[in-house]
Design a protein around this ligand. Sequence first.
Ligand SMILES: *Cc1c(COP(=O)(O)O)cnc(C)c1O
Length: 425
Amino acid sequence: MPEFPLPELLDLDRRHVWHPYGPMPGRQEPLVIESASGVRLRPADGGELVDGMSSWWSAIHGYNHPVLNDAVRGQLEKMSHVMFGGLTHEPAVRLAKHLVDMSPEGLEHVFLADSGSVSVEVAVKMCLQYWRSLGRPEKSRLLTWRGGYHGDTWQPMSVCDPEGGMHELWQGVLPRQVFADAPPSGYEESYAEHLRERIGAYADELAAVIVEPVVQGAGGMRFHDPAYLRVLREACDAHDVLLVFDEIATGFGRTGALFAAGHAAVTPDVMCLGKALTGGYMTMAATLCTARVAQGISQGEVPVLAHGPTFMGNPLAAAVACASIELLLAQDWQTEVKRIETGLRTGLQPLAAEAGVVDVRVLGAIGVVQLDHAVDMAAATRAAVSEGVWLRPFRDLIYTMPPYITGDEDLARICRAVAAAAKAG
Ligand SMILES: *Cc1c(COP(=O)(O)O)cnc(C)c1O
């Protein structure tokens, strides 16, 4: 039995608990979820909701998965955590080996961080320290394209879209980075030239270019031609600039390739992973780098990477991450993601003709409906919930990235909910 009656729980939540991007006290009443299994969330006040969000890209295998549960339970019986300084353990080592084996050729070293934002901080520190170690400390800025999102801690905020995004408030306080225009969806040589020009013009100050490859997530759910990744790779090589791919949202099959970098067969110097890394079970992220970056750092006056979170390499998270990766690779995930892509196309494409809809786009297991106005988030969410689906629209976007195990009927239901949310919002 729940300890608090529902009204009391909601009242305490409103008064004491911060929620993502929320005010204090809370103004919108959150749904209380009691349990979840498969693709279904169970609200405390009854009923079931098909999850269209994979808990922000992470629960790719759905909830309460027997294999993932066993992995956590098995590890729990051994140890839930030990410090990583001076100690190591099999789950972390096995996870690092998996990540090196499955990620683009050339990424060899793994830093296990505790969240996506921290993995981006570590990526930035690696790049800045690389140039410092090579005697070029003036190479300390980052270049990115507009429309991006890289997390909510300081360095990540500085490379999020500077306008209209979540971190606009902090302009003038954040490190000043270099921005290129947002990438167009199709390939345009003039835009490729713009990227080359920007990288060339600022090369002396640039430590790295950082982008989300192929799909920009929370910055606006925009897709772009993978060919731009090759343009970035070539321009970075030509101008002595490192290249960082933030695959925290795109990793582990979401876009139809295991990593979005695979769409362009490009290896970045540094790559960030998170979200689906543990199958949505626990918080963990990873920063991978090449031998060149690691060797550069180790040549410096300070030859170590001074970063070491308390919960680095957490065995429970590492064990469930291994199980999630093994589960993914053991199945024909390409076919499942393709099936979802087809289902989303069929279900969402007709919405392109509706009033107020400016674009419908689908890639892999990601479906996006963009409106010509900001959504009324509360009304849109309510409309989806009355269709039996959990969605979390933002700005002018109603979007879904369902778990890969979502069946065709549930997928059709998600599409109906997106339609309802678009109409209501
Ligand atoms: C979610 C996200 C982050 C931040 O990860 P957290 O785990 O929320 O800190 C960074 N980059 C991208 C591309 C993301 O989607």
